[in-house]
Design a protein around this ligand. Structure first.
Ligand code: PMP
Length: 423
């Protein structure tokens, strides 16, 4: 039986869509390799890796096997008072792969929750130290998720702050870094942050940002020196630094974690998306022993969070297989090859009247247009050309699975050029 699209339109909410006037959805029957297969048999080359997550592509034998094996043992068991091999293995892997100071792992169920957990860690840290600090500092154009705490540190001009005014806590924002990744560092770039921290450091619990690549808040790629300077400022004012690597983690920017571009260690690191190779929802918030133990020496004596699906064994087992697969692969070469191709192939878009900018880092390619695109129209054109690319606003961007072939990648970039010439 085919997918009931009428029922979908009438009863299902899709991300950021209207129930009155929903945009069309394409019915998917399966996905394999780097292709999404529609119900009518159309095969679309995937340019999105399902929002940064499916780094190895779809129907990956190693991940399928890990899931099947774990199903044979248990798919879930509560994490309060119980533990299991998949979670312990995952913690070992994450502690080994992330900067040396990060040793205490909180496994949760989604990226937004991982951010909530990070913010709560920072608040409890200061509470335990006997200081009331309830402000977070961040840069504009950020995106950290859709739950309330995460929303409160997203770009304030993105619509959500106004909509939820009075309910969202108000935090501190400064201009985002302007120096591009490949440009010469401009020391003036850190000044807005420096000024903000100088003025407000006594009320700030932590600084939170996406290192090097700002995703949903504008697909901006900035100079890593900004992070070096920020780390120095956080040390100077003894502020915690939270790196949200939910989108950038697991090799996407050409380094395993984007903080490595700046050789800095955050105090709290958030991971998600690619953690399970995009198989299921899982996230982790990792901090140092010193932060964790300070939190737990406070009045509460514990860290106050514990979701039902914490440490879900099925998701942890797949995450373990995904990390093993990534580390055993030559992902650096794959991502570097994608980067080179994106740079050469997307450059031609710059000659188009409708385009203002092209930027590439690792396996991320962005084409910015002068005017916002009509999503339904452009989506249909992409599907006609046999690719899956979902732009937002003025941004047509791709971050394909690392396993994409040269010809599949060419198909994606050709489609972008072709569609843009028709605008
Ligand atoms: N942080 C960043 C940087 C993200 O890109 C996202 C998701 N787009 C999130 C947090 C939230 O993750 P999730 O959608 O899994 O809640």
């Amino acid at each position: 039986m085919s997918i009931d699209l009428d029922y979908d339109q009438q009863h299902l909410w899709h991300p950021y869509t209207s129930s009155i006037n929903p945009l069309p959805c394409y019915p998917v029957s399966s996905a394999e390799g780097c292709e999404i297969i529609l119900e009518d048999g159309t095969r679309l080359v995937d340019g999105m890796a399902s929002w940064w997550a499916c780094i190895h592509g779809y129907k990956v034998p190693e991940l399928d096997q890990a899931a099947a094996h774990q199903l044979g043992n248990m798919s879930h068991v509560m994490f309060g008072g119980l533990t299991h091999k998949p979670a312990v293995e995952l913690a070992k892997k994450l502690v080994a792969l992330t900067p040396p100071s990060l040793e205490q792992v909180f496994i949760s169920d989604s990226g937004s929750v991982a951010v909530e957990v990070a913010l709560k860690m920072a608040l409890q840290f200061w509470h335990a130290k006997g200081e009331k600090r309830a402000k977070f500092a961040t840069i504009r154009n950020g995106y950290h998720g859709d739950t309330f705490g995460a929303m409160s540190v997203c770009d304030p001009d993105g619509g959500m702050h106004q909509l939820y005014q009075g309910f969202l806590p108000e935090h501190l924002f400064c201009e985002a870094p302007q120096t591009r990744f490949e440009e010469t560092w401009d020391p003036a770039d850190i000044k807005p942050m420096q000024k903000m921290l100088e003025q407000h450091h006594q009320s700030i619990a932590a600084v939170i940002l996406e290192p090097v690549v700002q995703g949903a808040g504008g697909m901006r790629i900035y100079h890593p020196q900004y992070l070096k300077e920020l780390r120095k400022l956080c040390d100077q004012y003894q502020l915690l630094l939270i790196a949200d690597e939910i989108a950038t983690g697991f090799g996407r920017t050409g380094k395993l974690f984007a903080c490595e571009h700046a050789e800095i260690e955050p105090d709290i690191l958030c991971l998600g998306k690619g953690l399970t190779g995009g198989y299921m929802s899982l996230a982790a918030t990792i901090t140092s022993k010193s932060v964790a133990n300070t939190i737990c020496s406070g009045e509460a004596g514990v860290f106050m969070h514990g979701p039902t699906f914490m440490g879900n064994p099925l998701a942890c087992a797949v995450a373990n297989a995904s990390i093993d697969l990534l580390i055993a692969s030559d992902w650096q070469t794959k991502v570097a090859t994608i980067e080179q191709s994106l740079k050469t192939q997307l450059k031609q878009c710059l000659s188009l009247e409708s385009v203002t900018d092209v930027r590439v880092l690792g396996a991320i390619g962005v084409v910015e247009t002068k005017q916002a695109v009509n999503l339904a129209d452009i989506q249909a054109k992409f599907v006609e050309l046999g690719v899956w690319i979902r732009p937002f606003g003025k941004l047509i961007y791709i971050m394909p699975p690392y396993t994409i072939s040269a010809s599949q990648l060419q198909k994606l970039t050709d489609a972008i050029y072709k569609v843009l010439t028709s605008l």
